[in-house]
Write a protein that binds this ligand. Structure first.
Ligand SMILES: [Zn+2]
Ligand SMILES: [Zn+2]
Length: 274
């Protein structure tokens, strides 16, 4: 299908359009409201289920890209096929670039853009989206279920056993023990995963100074996550607070939770970088 509507041009072709949210609003019209504070909107790319209030967007969510204007792509951006009346162009819903049917035929689920149904994506984006589905199918459930940790705030001597879980809207870590507190994911500045070596006495600590530099702990092979060190700014404060969490009794569940949290941090950084 060829899109005929005129589109706003971008600073650069094919560039992700995270900064042009103003242009996006006009493309969506409210269709219906549902009880859980979400609404169905229609974008040229398909139906999306988004929070009523944009301030409650999941921190993992990505903005829809601005499509490369039709007049700027006479040929498929993958195989260079020239478009004509027979060979029509399609836009990848994830990157917004232009492709022939052969190079952009796959429909893949794209929960990070809140699409209700699988949407057309180029081969490259389709692979990324498929990998992300693993996060949505597995790790996200682990994070919502929670784990038990020994939690130390700042440099305090005192620690407390708490359950830690991701809130249903994915925006907070809820920590519950005798006290309760919350860490807003968008106010996290760094995360370090602490790991134990498998052989006794071997105790290697992986320290990541920034979420961007982090790599998946499962790649480490012999080590398993045993704790996490977080730096974040509490609500209404500009001072960075430290939070240390160490696996409590059920180390297996805690380790899975930490691995899932690490994956979440990578998606979070991508979303912020957009
Ligand atoms: Zn092509
Ligand atoms: Zn793409």
């Amino acid at each position: 299908m060829i899109r005929q509507q005129p589109r706003r041009s971008l600073e650069g072709r094919g560039k992700r359009a995270g900064t042009v949210a103003g242009g996006r609003k006009s493309r969506q019209s409210k269709m219906s409201s549902v009880p859980d504070g979400k609404k169905l909107v229609r974008s040229p790319s398909g139906l999306r289920m988004v929070p009523e209030n944009g301030a409650f967007n999941s921190p993992f969510s990505l903005d829809e890209p601005q499509w490369v204007p039709d007049k700027e792509c006479p040929r498929c951006m993958q195989c260079d096929t020239k478009f004509d009346f027979i060979r029509r162009k399609h836009h990848c819903r994830r990157c917004g670039r232009c492709f022939c049917d052969k190079c952009c035929s796959k429909k893949v689920a794209l929960p990070r853009m809140c699409f209700v149904d699988p949407v057309r994506q180029c081969a490259e984006c389709g692979l990324v989206s498929q990998k992300e589905m693993e996060f949505y199918d597995k790790q996200l459930k682990v994070l919502l279920a929670g784990g038990t940790f020994i939690v130390t705030l700042g440099t305090s001597e005192k620690s407390e056993t708490m359950t830690c879980r991701l809130s249903n809207n994915h925006r907070y870590l809820f920590l519950d023990g005798e006290s309760h507190f919350e860490v807003e994911l968008s106010r996290m500045s760094s995360m370090q995963i602490l790991t134990d070596g498998t052989s006794p006495g071997e105790n290697d600590i992986h320290t990541y100074t920034s979420l961007l530099d982090s790599h998946c702990i499962s790649e480490g092979g012999t080590s398993r996550a045993s704790g996490m060190l977080l730096h974040y700014k509490p609500m209404g404060s500009q001072d960075v607070q430290q939070l240390r969490m160490e696996a409590a009794d059920d180390k297996k569940v805690a380790s899975l939770w930490l691995a899932a949290m690490h994956k979440a941090a990578k998606l979070l950084y991508e979303a912020r970088d957009q």
